[in-house]
Design a protein around this ligand. Structure first.
Ligand SMILES: [Zn+2]
Length: 237
């Protein structure tokens, strides 16, 4: 076989592997990024829940304080009831007691609500913390795995690129340009002939073309798709 064609077939194999590496590599950083942003959102949800829990606990303390003050007040007013001399003073005190008691009822309702909220939020915090821990562990494992994969890929890519540099030293610029041009347009630049057809586009070739390819002196391009045609040794017969 023509030496240049032989080299181009090797080159094409390398370019094909480089293309696959590029395709795979493209998604690695995105995968890590996606995991990191998921971990971030789990963390920030947990923060929000913790903050809400803390706010509710603070408010509950305040309400309990208010209720204790109110109880004291009611007791004080009730003691004063025994000391009053006029109906007016009596009514006024009774009114004040009623007002404080109705405020207490409101506070007690709020207290019940807060206590049940706190219970719910505490459960959420516990399960979110478990989730977050599991997620961070998974993220670390995935990140390590992705980094390892990416290192392997980088090494392979360098190796292939070095091989490519060596190979193209032995191909004339004119052929290399032609090869690059077809490769860009068609993904494969050199294709074998099988059962009398171009394997790039499946066009049946005429006997004269096949004869010319068999001579292997010149580059014969497929009339239909423009790829460079070769007959591989096992197909030579
Ligand atoms: Zn073709």
């Amino acid at each position: 076989m023509n030496k240049t064609l032989k080299i181009l077939i090797e080159l094409q194999e390398i370019d094909h592997q480089l293309f696959e590496i590029d395709k795979k590599k493209g998604s690695l950083p995105q995968q890590v990024e996606k995991l990191e942003s998921q971990a971030e959102s789990v963390k920030s949800e947990l923060e929000t829940t913790r903050q809400a829990l803390e706010d509710n606990q603070k408010e509950l303390l305040t309400i309990k304080g208010t209720l204790m003050d109110a109880e004291e007040k009611v007791k004080k007013y009730q003691d004063q009831l025994y000391l009053v001399n006029t109906n007016r003073e009596y009514d006024s005190l009774t009114n004040q007691i009623e007002t404080v008691k109705s405020e207490m009822t409101e506070s007690e309702g709020r207290q019940l609500y807060l206590e049940s909220e706190i219970e719910k939020l505490q459960e959420i915090v516990v399960s979110s913390e478990e989730q977050s821990t599991a997620f961070v562990e998974q993220l670390d494992a995935n990140r390590d795995e992705l980094r390892e994969k990416s290192d392997l890929t980088d090494a392979r890519q360098e190796e292939l690129e070095a091989q490519r540099v060596e190979l193209i030293k032995h191909v004339g610029q004119r052929y290399l340009r032609k090869y690059d041009r077809i490769l860009k347009a068609r993904k494969r630049a050199v294709v074998p002939v099988e059962r009398g057809s171009c394997t790039g586009c499946h066009k049946q070739l005429n006997p004269q073309t096949i004869y010319e390819i068999q001579q292997m002196d010149a580059f014969i391009e497929c009339e239909n798709c423009g790829r460079i045609l070769v007959i591989l040794p096992e197909e030579d017969a």
